[in-house]
Design a binder for this molecule. Structure first.
Ligand SMILES: CCCCC[C@H](S)C(=O)N[C@@H](Cc1ccccc1)C(=O)N[C@@H](C)C(=O)O
Ligand SMILES: [Zn+2]
Length: 311
């Protein structure tokens, strides 16, 4: 079939205008981005679908007749997936979630009143929010999109079991790359601030600089033993999240180097049943590999974990 890259226009969830990479065919446009290196290398693309509020994935590939797109949830899922692809490719040399140029598929309007987003094992899915005003469309935040795609990276590397300490590490690594890729200058290192209670500014689901602000622990002594939420994976993630915050905010440590340490730990040292102590050791080893024993980064990451009571 004849494909040609085109550029459309649309508004995102926050009513912001943005250009959209689409794929033209006789009669219209697909919401498919064929401009990435993975396309010329192996046909990989970024594709965005709608579930039409059913529990289906991927659902229907979105099309439009005039390349002016008026589904904000789809616009943001698509554009933000492109930003996440670009970050992993240019900053970390990883070619899509699987490092094999695998197509990044997003499905929006997933289920009814779904106040969440997720990684299905092969693609991202985004709910419309829970029907109250607690959430805007979940794809309207770059940190959410990066969080979900990072679950794909984790699954293809450490494959951390989504339960207990390994599950909290799984969640934390997604929050970490959500923050690194969103790369805002906000002092609080918030998670999901762009889609949490759209009518109330300044709140979020989690904080990495002060997890206790949203009731999550920031020290091993406050680890929550629970059967809820796969053993509290969204709560106990506060401890490794705080450790990462400590690391990046240590003078002499820059974000791009912190990203390399966290990515190397995930892809070379963490395994499916790693616990917090293993994450400490993995990040120290990764920093040693990259910057040498006794480096600023090694000292900073060691202190970062000690500060949260790990190691
Ligand atoms: C199997 C359980 C359901 C999947 C949970 C997904 S991976 C998840 O963690 N979603 C994020 C969405 C998000 C991401 C970044 C910032 C804000 C919100 C999440 O935190 N979900 C919360 C609501 C939760 O599941 O408790
Ligand atoms: Zn998650």
């Amino acid at each position: 079939v004849h494909h040609a890259a085109a550029v459309g226009q649309g508004k995102g969830v926050l009513n912001d205008n943005k250009s959209i990479n689409t794929d033209s065919y006789p009669g219209g446009y697909y919401l498919r981005d064929i401009t990435k290196p993975m396309y010329s290398q192996s046909g990989g693309a970024i594709e965005t679908y709608t579930a039409k509020n059913k529990m289906v994935s991927p659902g229907t590939l979105l099309t439009d007749s005039d390349n002016i797109w008026n589904d904000p949830a789809a616009v943001d899922a698509h554009v933000y997936a492109g930003k996440v692809y670009d970050y992993y490719y240019t900053k970390l040399g990883r070619n899509s979630f699987d490092d094999e140029g695998g197509t990044l598929k997003s499905t929006v309007h997933y289920r009814e009143n779904y106040g969440n987003a997720g990684w299905t094992g092969t693609q991202m899915v985004y709910g419309d929010g829970d029907g109250s005003d607690k959430y805007a469309y979940l794809s309207g935040a770059l940190d959410v999109v990066a969080h979900e795609i990072t679950h794909g990276v984790t699954e293809r590397t450490a494959d951390l079991v989504y339960e207990g300490q390994s599950g909290a590490l799984n969640e934390s690594w997604s929050d970490v790359f959500g923050n690194l890729i969103e790369n805002k200058s906000d002092p609080e290192w918030l998670c999901g601030e762009d889609i949490t209670t759209p009518n109330i500014p300044g709140d979020a689901l989690r904080s990495m600089s002060d997890p206790t602000k949203y009731g999550d622990p920031d020290h091993m002594r406050d680890y929550v033993d629970t059967t809820e939420d796969h053993g509290g994976v969204h709560t106990n993630s506060g401890i490794p999240n705080k450790a990462f915050y400590n690391f990046v905010t240590t003078s002499g440590v820059i974000r791009d180097n912190a990203a390399k340490v966290w990515y190397r730990a995930l892809s070379q040292y963490l395994t499916s049943n790693s616990k917090f102590i293993d994450a400490r050791n993995a990040t120290i080893q990764a920093a040693t590999d990259l910057f040498g024993a006794g480096s600023t980064e090694v000292n900073a990451v060691t202190n970062a974990w000690s500060n949260v009571g790990v190691g």
